[in-house]
Design a protein around this ligand. Structure first.
Ligand code: GLA
Length: 733
């Protein structure tokens, strides 16, 4: 049973989830707020000895002389800059006079059932099945008068704790917020720890990187205006001996889609401070008296069952408490996208040819990608002109969509709503709508500029031009793309001392646009995308239940990309398609079968010219689409286990999904590199019920869950590179 309590005697807030406890105490007469404990669930209500407060010579009320020593060693729940805590701060302001120091001390608290939404921001929520409870601790700046609300929410069915921060200026003067991070964790005086972060680039997003936390400060961050291919708004701090299945792991995942920072600092006392929030670089928010600022939330997961335990908790909390809408828990239509099939070179006839063959293979939706609007025949022009090109699509969109529907397929469409090409009617009419600085010619990327969607009139234009298209035909899916990162940040709509708000206002504008879209079109399946997987983050999952994982569709690269993605995100969110070989990103040729197995671990679809495939390949597509229908409920809803990682062993990869009731499991094995004179590969399954009996589908073999997990099975007969196998285990009653 979860609970949140305040214990008067110890001045302690105790947050209990099913398996974890988080304790915060108010210390000293002045009311300093510190983190006392976070780990496996304990029954105690007073662990203040850990803060060394009773006899502590450092507590200011007993030792004013060494006030700064206290500040610099206390486990602050929310550390502020400029007062003598020399570690990384989470909160930094500037007054109108230009001064920076501030302190936050306890004032009040409230425990409520449920969870308040965040204004204009994505946020986790309680449900009827699993309600939320929230603690709000109010801290005040004694001299400047404003206050900060630290908020903590938990859910009945989860071990996650959600932290966020709200700054309310009820003081007399304007303050400038220079840093408002959302969550801090303290790891006190313990053995060294490791950190895991995700890194990569276009076509190789979210590769896992683990190392020991060094002395000093380190960070993983983005100043790109989006979360980015390169770094990821996630960090796990873990004990050095933690592995996939054992040990203490603390995961922090930021529900935000713009600039972020995830920091660690190991200090003189071997204390580690880990924190996360909006990147202070390029950020400054003016807060006048009477105004409030809300920082996005961080979902924090403690797992005593290693990295895998953390992942499964994130998967459940995002599936149950973040993703919304009709497709939250629904099988998605198997789609075929024409991007890798045709790039810009298509017309109605070509698309209908694709749809015709696709319909015969069990594919359920045609998605028309980039190139259908304005004069767009390459990536050099027309972004912003969301008007159908009738030369390419004679008869217009309605005709095409109706014809596709007649073939029994749904229809989906691509947009890149946040962008503007200098060669576009939109730019010719509104050159000032592009983000830019008056004294500088803005730099191009993919020959395009970014629309200033912090401005209402720009958002209204974008919304109207996109929704007009959606209203014109039976369009059931939208791929919302974003193909360049932000630079030259400037907006004429903002006052000079508010230019530092633009990055965040851009993200708020994006959220508002997508909220409008899913409100007007509640049945629409929205898939976010950003040059592949540059905006695969929890913020976007609040608006779209799936996100395109990467432009790299090669089966081997995908093993690593999808493993990194599955560290946090459920398989149901990962856009994954089968494409042709040699693969367009890496030039590798892998068996069609293996490509299917790897894509089945995501949303599943195709990204190829189906009219050019052999009969054998078409036969395999029919098999794969049937497999999708057979296994997708399990893949979408089950528990994910990483059994062997190609990223680590450089030879083979194995993952599985186990039904919540442990009645079946699907194992995906890929031998990436063939190994001569090696009869078989032993793998030990995970997550089964040791007492249950399971039949290996298609064979007579029946084994106990215990045998499958502790003794394992042999995968035999995979000859050559890149071959895979799918094993389905079903409980034998
Ligand atoms: C991005 C997307 C691709 C495709 C192209 C179109 O790169 O990730 O899937 O839509 O844009 O320009």
């Amino acid at each position: 049973m979860m609970s949140i309590r305040y214990i008067e005697e110890s001045r302690t807030f105790k947050i209990d989830t099913n398996h974890a406890t988080y304790m915060i105490s108010v210390v000293d007469e002045e009311g300093f707020v510190g983190e006392v404990y976070y780990g496996p669930r304990v029954s105690d209500t007073d662990l203040n000895y850990l803060l060394r407060t009773k006899e502590n010579p450092f507590v200011p009320s007993k030792n004013e002389r060494d006030r700064l020593s206290f500040y610099d060693s206390f486990s602050w729940e929310y550390p502020t800059a400029g007062i003598g805590d020399y570690r990384n701060s989470a909160f930094e302001i500037r007054t109108e006079g230009g001064y920076g120091a501030c302190l936050l001390v306890f004032e009040d608290y409230e425990i409520i059932s449920g969870k308040r939404p965040l204004t204009g921001l994505p946020a986790t929520f309680g449900t009827e099945d699993a309600e939320a409870a929230t603690l709000e601790i109010t801290c005040r700046e004694p001299d400047l008068g404003f206050h900060v609300v630290l908020s903590y929410s938990i859910f009945e069915d989860s071990d996650a704790i959600v932290k966020s921060v709200r700054v309310v200026n009820d003081g007399r003067e304007t303050i400038y917020l220079e840093k408002v991070l959302s969550a801090v964790l303290n790891f006190e005086n313990i053995t060294p720890m490791d950190v895991i972060t995700l890194h990569g680039s276009w076509a190789r997003e979210r590769h896992i990187y683990r190392r020991e936390i060094p002395y000093g400060r380190t960070s993983t961050s983005s100043v790109r205006g989006e979360s980015g291919h390169q770094d990821h708004p996630f960090m796990a701090v873990l004990s050095r001996d933690a592995d996939e299945d054992h040990g203490d792991v603390y995961g922090m995942s930021f529900v935000y889609s713009g600039n972020f920072i995830a920091q660690t600092e190991r200090n003189q006392f071997d204390t580690i401070r880990a924190q996360m929030g909006i990147n202070p670089e390029g950020f400054c928010w003016r807060l006048k008296p009477g105004e409030a600022f809300e920082a996005p939330e961080v979902v924090i997961v403690y797992s005593s069952e290693g990295i895998g335990g953390m992942s499964r908790t994130f998967h459940d909390v995002y599936r149950n408490h973040l993703i919304r809408g009709e497709y939250k828990d629904k099988k998605r239509p198997i789609l075929i996208n024409n991007w890798e099939a045709t790039y810009f070179n298509f017309n109605t006839e070509k698309l209908l040819d694709i749809a015709r063959v696709a319909a015969g293979c069990g594919i359920e939706m045609l998605v028309m990608d980039d190139g259908w609007f304005g004069t767009r025949s390459s990536d050099n022009c027309a972004l912003g002109d969301w008007v159908v090109n009738e030369e390419k699509l004679p008869g217009g969109l309605k005709y095409l969509v109706d014809e596709v529907n007649k073939l029994g397929l749904k229809f989906g469409i691509w947009f890149e709503p946040e962008m503007i090409s200098p060669d576009s009617d939109l730019y010719r009419a509104h050159p000032d709508w592009a983000i830019q600085i008056p004294y500088r010619k803005p730099g191009l990327s993919r020959n395009q500029l970014v629309l200033d969607i912090s401005r209402k009139e720009v958002r209204d234009y974008v919304y109207e031009s996109v929704s007009r298209v959606l209203r014109s035909a039976n369009i059931e899916y939208v791929k919302w793309d974003m193909n360049r990162q932000l630079a030259d940040m400037g907006s004429p709509a903002l006052e000079p001392d508010c230019q530092g708000e633009l990055f965040h206002r851009y993200v708020l504008g994006l959220y508002e646009l997508q909220e409008r879209l899913i409100t007007e079109f509640p049945h629409l399946l929205l898939e976010n995308c950003s040059g592949g997987g540059a905006r695969f983050d929890p913020g976007m999952l609040y608006y779209s239940p799936q996100i395109w994982c990467s432009d790299d569709t090669d089966a081997v690269e995908r093993l690593m990309i999808q493993q990194g993605t599955a560290l946090i995100y459920p398989l149901s969110t990962m856009g994954a398609h089968v494409s042709v070989c040699p693969n367009h990103s890496v030039g590798r040729s892998t068996p069609f079968e293996t490509r299917g197995y790897v894509a089945l671990s995501g949303t599943f679809g195709y990204e190829l010219d189906i009219t050019k495939l052999s009969d054998e390949e078409l036969r395999q597509i029919k098999e794969q689409t049937a497999m999708y229908h057979k296994y997708n409920d399990l893949i979408r809803r089950g528990d994910y286990y990483l059994i062997a990682s190609y990223l680590e062993n450089k030879e083979y990869n194995c993952t599985s999904v186990v039904a919540k009731d442990q009645s079946e499991a699907l194992v995906t094995f890929v031998r990436v590199m063939g190994r001569p004179n090696y009869h078989s590969q032993r793998i030990k399954l995970k997550g089964l019920d040791p007492k249950k009996l399971y039949r290996m589908e298609g064979t007579e073999q029946v084994l106990s869950g215990g045998a499958l997990m502790y003794a394992g099975i042999n995968i035999e007969g995979l000859w050559g590179d890149f071959n895979g196998r799918l094993l389905h285990l079903v409980e034998e009653k």
